[in-house]
Design a protein around this ligand. Structure first.
Ligand SMILES: O=c1[nH]c(=O)c2[nH]c(=O)[nH]c2[nH]1
Length: 317
């Protein structure tokens, strides 16, 4: 109908693929990556929706097969980012008249090389915890905008955290404290500086894997502070800001960093006071002193922010 507009995309979600690169010579280590890939194409397939004309559809089954085929074509180990760019560009170059954009979302299962007797194992891997995540958007010129991230980075510190001075009203029960546990399952996403419109693939960081490891290290060390004394956190908000700031000051090529930090509460167990006759008995048995907690993530505090560099004004140059 003339007065209606349809926005559409189609793709395949959660294609799982594991790529093994065997050691080239006997005795050399194998490399392994397990990826979960979701593809979404923007293409000229309006008629498929409006008229049942499938002639321009890239079948989502083909997209799934393409993931395996491109993985096979990658003869050497490569980063999740580089794989995503290669995959996204494939659809634009294969169907230049039909596909006008591709979005590829990927995450890597954290297989880590196992250590046996202090030695890295040639073909043994064990599952780690946090996940490397990537989003790639490729436009019709083949420019790729790459966003990298980490999810489920679970951190906990047993002290050096408090929360005081917040607003109080008739519903506020939370006591102020300078001594609490602080735990979070952090999701971070960072994006490199783009010159012009979309980030061109040529302005990518030299080594995506290295940047990933170093950003993660900075997030962790800023959350905890120095090994012996740590660093005091007056709120999740302040710690989040310091983590984001540390990433931007260490990596000039990173333009913005987004952090999502759920506040996973560890509620100190406190038995009712002895004045309440019904619980006199149990209070004689157990005295808690900030040492037994109820961990709870439902509900949890939800704190998120993005820290970006201000654009440089040409007039200031
Ligand atoms: O670090 C915190 N930030 C908050 O905004 C908040 N709110 C709350 O109840 N506890 C906390 N802790």
């Amino acid at each position: 109908m003339a007065d209606l507009e349809l926005e559409h995309q189609h793709g395949k979600a959660r294609v799982r693929v594991a790529r093994l690169w065997r050691g080239k010579r006997p005795g050399e280590a194998d490399y392994l990556a397990e990826w979960n890939v979701s593809i979404s194409l923007i293409s000229r397939v309006l008629a498929a929706f409006t008229d049942g004309d499938n002639s321009n559809i890239v079948a989502t089954d083909t997209m799934k097969n393409t993931v395996y085929a491109i993985a096979k074509e990658c003869t050497d180990p490569l980063s999740l980012e580089d794989f995503g760019v290669r995959l996204g560009r494939h659809f634009l170059t294969t169907y230049p008249e039909i596909v006008t954009g591709a979005k590829v979302m990927l995450f890597e299962k954290p297989w880590e090389r196992a250590t046996v007797d202090g030695q890295p194992h040639n073909h043994g891997f064990k599952l780690g915890s946090e996940k490397h995540t990537v989003e790639v958007v490729v436009n019709s010129e083949g420019d790729a905008k790459v966003t990298s991230g980490v999810s489920e980075l679970s951190l906990l510190k047993t002290t050096q955290s408090g929360f005081e001075g917040f607003l109080r009203d008739k519903y506020t029960l939370l006591p102020e404290t300078r001594e609490r546990m602080l735990a979070s399952a952090i999701r971070a996403v960072w994006r490199c500086i783009c010159y012009g419109g979309l980030c061109s693939y040529s302005s990518k960081p030299a080594d995506y894997q290295k940047t990933y490891r170093e950003v993660k290290d900075i997030l962790v060390s800023t959350f905890f502070g120095p090994p012996r004394e740590g660093i005091y956190s007056p709120s999740v908000q302040k710690t989040l800001y310091e983590m984001a700031q540390a990433v931007l000051s260490r990596f000039p090529e990173i333009e913005s960093v987004y952090l999502n930090m759920p506040n996973i509460h560890f509620l100190p167990v406190n038995m009712p006071t002895p004045e309440r006759l019904t619980c006199v008995f149990i209070c004689f048995l157990v005295q808690f002193g900030d040492d037994v907690f109820i961990p709870t993530d439902e509900p949890h505090g939800s704190i998120e922010a993005r820290l970006s560099r201000k654009p440089i004004l040409i007039s200031n140059l």
